[in-house]
Design a protein around this ligand. Structure first.
Ligand SMILES: *Cc1c(COP(=O)(O)O)cnc(C)c1O
Length: 370
């Protein structure tokens, strides 16, 4: 039967084994937390968190309060949820009621949280995020110093975690990695004077592969869970997680030399067989893929022809015998990393933009879970 949407298959067992693989690399005592923001990078936050919980993961990172609430309601209460986006106005009570840990990333965010805690006369737990070189969210070193001086008197500050984020972790030779490590380590020493029990965390997926010195008490992995190679240029040690099959809507044979698609950018020779498939840039098949696109049917490599449209794109299937009913654009052989290097886009981008029009199929150790 012809379906008008693609089928995105997500192998939860592969996600579990990626988590176990990275966990086993960590220095003794370090925890492996999972980044499940943006619906677990588009893959499905509920399914992913439940699967990871089953293999022992207890720490999860989301960005918005909304994402946190959804997970809190679905997961056992021993799950620790960090909210990277901080506390929206007047939402402090929700954090306390649902036992969510806000990540405070600016002086203003800290002040607001402290005044909320002051109102309740309770030092509710929070995480502090430091800027050590990413220059995105985070308290600068001077701000941290001021904060630590000020809070020796008013102690509603109760940081359970201090964290920072690496800017160049996927380039192991980049000098900023070591600089950030040094800056973070010095900040940790200062914080521990006042808060000796505070936990520490610096590395994302790629950072974890920089070695033990980067692990601290917790690493926060996203990309690696979903099979994206943490070390550009080396073989990917992780299991592929995603398969995307796009249905063929129409097959045609060029009657003469014909141009294909918007802008008539490409022409095909007489006799070329073309398959029009359901899936375009609205479904995360980026227009940049049109420059160097790859698909597969039955192990045969196929190229796309012409520009990707919003809802469809066209593949040359001259090399395929018979009429394929679908084309795979992501599978074990055509990994997110291939897409990424062939198209100069990030595996992260490809993953998070695989839109809502697909039918999602979750598989666990070979069994189907539609
Ligand atoms: C998204 C995110 C991560 C996970 O990063 P990956 O590169 O996907 O492993 C870790 N820490 C923070 C603060 C993040 O925002």
């Amino acid at each position: 039967m012809i379906s008008s949407t693609g089928v995105l298959t997500i192998d939860l067992t592969a996600i579990q084994s990626n988590w176990l693989y990275v966990s086993a690399l960590l220095r003794e005592g370090a925890e492996c937390a999972a980044a499940v923001k943006a619906n677990a990078y588009g893959v499905g936050a509920l399914e992913v968190t439940k699967a990871l919980y089953a293999v022992g993961c207890r720490y999860f990172y989301v960005v918005t309060l909304h994402e946190a609430v959804e997970l809190r309601n679905a997961l056992p209460s021993d799950v620790v949820l960090y909210v990277l986006g901080g506390v929206p106005d007047d939402m402090g009570d929700v954090f306390v009621d649902l036992n969510l840990i806000p990540v405070l990333y600016s002086r203003l965010a800290v002040e607001q949280w402290l005044s909320f805690c002051g109102l309740h006369e309770q030092a509710f737990p929070c995480a502090l995020k430091l800027n050590t070189g990413m220059t995105r969210l985070g308290l600068d070193t001077a701000e941290l110093d001021q904060l630590l001086e000020a809070t020796t008197n008013i102690s509603y500050l109760n940081p359970v975690l201090v964290m920072s984020h690496l800017a160049c972790a996927d380039e192991p030779e980049h000098p900023l990695n070591d600089e950030q490590l040094q800056r973070f380590s010095s900040a940790v020493i200062k914080i521990k004077v006042l808060y000796p029990k505070v936990k520490t965390s610096l590395a994302n997926s790629s950072g974890t592969f920089l070695g033990d010195a980067y692990h601290f008490d917790m690493v926060r992995i996203g990309a690696a869970l979903y099979g994206i190679n943490p070390q550009v240029g080396s073989a990917n040690p992780l299991s592929p997680v995603i398969n995307l099959k796009l249905p063929v809507l129409q097959i045609r044979t060029a009657e003469r030399r014909e141009s294909v698609g918007y802008g008539a950018t490409v022409s095909v020779a007489t006799g070329t067989r073309l398959a029009v498939i359901a899936g375009g840039y609205a479904d995360g098949i980026h227009r940049s893929l049109g420059l160097c696109p790859k698909g597969q049917f039955d192990g045969v490599d196929l190229n796309a022809v012409g520009r990707v449209s919003m809802d469809s794109c066209v593949f040359d299937i001259t090399g395929v015998e018979g009429d394929p009913d679908y084309i795979e654009v992501i599978n074990d052989a055509l990994s997110l990393d291939c897409l990424m290097s062939a198209n100069k886009t990030l595996g992260y981008e490809v993953l998070t933009s695989l839109g809502g029009r697909y039918r999602r199929r979750y598989i666990v150790a070979g069994a189907d879970n539609e």
